[in-house]
Design a protein around this ligand. Structure first.
Ligand code: NDP
Length: 300
């Protein structure tokens, strides 16, 4: 028996259709905009911005790339983000990481308006998520949940183990799993005997950035394995788990590529569309508040 393969492309295309419909239903004269702030001279960020732009455009959202001049200081970068905060057409703002070393990552992200923070990076949204409140969440973490849900994998009461504790993947995934009533453990590079912990997982989420970290002897036969890793090797892009080795011994597994990656993009766009819908609602309400009473309108 071989594991069920949880195909992220199938999940992503279903979400794509839904989002395209929602953007069309907004019926706005000008398309909502997604601002992508990235820093020059970082290859992977450029690739990420290009692929995100393409995906945004395909659902009717207009991407706007903002590239601060090389060496731009903290104030300059914050001012560019604040201009996007004020722009009523911009519904989402993402800052591609890594951010250059001379800037403070936390301060750059904190400049984003939490209402436009569609990758869940601002202190307010991070805090809300940690408290278990409604919040914009990091897209990769949401993608893990979307794949589990679309595949009807039960989460409540299950033992979930997350390998990795970064702010972008490990921690938010753990918060979302906890919010879905899993019993969660987080492992990292200082975990003693990683295999002992991962073998206990009914749901195993791996976000370590280490190709082949999870080997067949480290998992339980009933495990559902979600691999967030994206590692460039001479043999191509691989995840953090030994896919060929695990596939025959677990119950379900996501491939790399074609697993978490494509769904991540859709989650970011989903939050952008949500933000656009909220902005459109607010505009409608403002118009209603300031419009003439019914009788007066009929005389025009
Ligand atoms: P980070 O490097 O920020 O974090 C890696 C985490 O894994 C750290 O917490 C680290 O522990 C832990 N770790 C590293 N080595 C081991 C080990 N041998 N045993 C146990 N834990 C270990 O990476 P990210 O979270 O940003 O990314 C993780 C992976 O996910 C990468 O491959 C990245 O490319 C991919 N990624 C995928 C995305 C997607 O859309 N699919 C989006 C973002 C990232 P410690 O804290 O102790 O150092």
């Amino acid at each position: 028996v071989s594991a069920r393969v949880l195909d992220g492309r199938v999940v992503a295309s279903r979400i794509w259709r839904e989002l395209s419909g929602r953007v069309a239903a907004l019926g706005e004269e000008l398309p909502p905009r997604l601002a992508i702030v990235r820093f020059a001279g970082h290859g992977p960020a450029e690739v990420y911005a290009a692929s995100l732009s393409r995906a945004a455009r395909s659902i009717g959202v207009e991407p706007v790339e903002v590239i601060p001049p090389e060496g731009a200081g903290q104030k300059d970068v914050a001012a560019r983000i604040e201009a996007l905060n004020r722009d009523p057409l911009v519904c989402g703002i993402v800052v591609a990481q890594p951010i250059p070393e001379h800037l403070e990552t936390g301060a750059v992200l904190a400049a984003i308006d939490p209402a436009k923070d569609v990758d869940g990076a601002t202190p307010l949204n991070v805090g809300r998520l940690a408290r278990g409140e409604a919040a914009f969440a990091p897209a990769t973490a949401l993608a893990v949940m979307a794949i589990l849900r679309a595949s009807d994998i039960p989460i409540a009461g299950r033992r979930a183990v997350v390998v990795g504790r970064s702010a972008v993947v490990g921690r938010p995934v753990a918060s979302l799993l906890l919010g879905a009533d899993a019993t969660v453990m987080i492992c990292h590079s200082r975990t003693r005997n990683l295999a002992r912990e991962t073998r206990r997982a009914e749901i195993l989420v791996v976000a370590a950035g280490q190709p082949g970290l999870i080997r067949p002897e480290m998992v339980n036969r009933s495990a559902v394995v979600v691999d967030c890793g994206i590692n460039t090797t001479p043999g191509g892009i691989v995840g953090d788990v030994d896919y060929a080795g695990l596939r025959p011994v677990v119950s379900a597994i996501t491939p790399v590529p074609g697993g978490v990656g494509p769904v991540t993009t859709m989650m970011l766009l989903q939050q952008t569309v949500q933000s656009a819908e909220r902005a459109a609602d607010e505009r409608r309400q403002a118009v209603e508040r300031f419009s003439l009473p019914d009788g007066a309108r009929s005389e025009r």
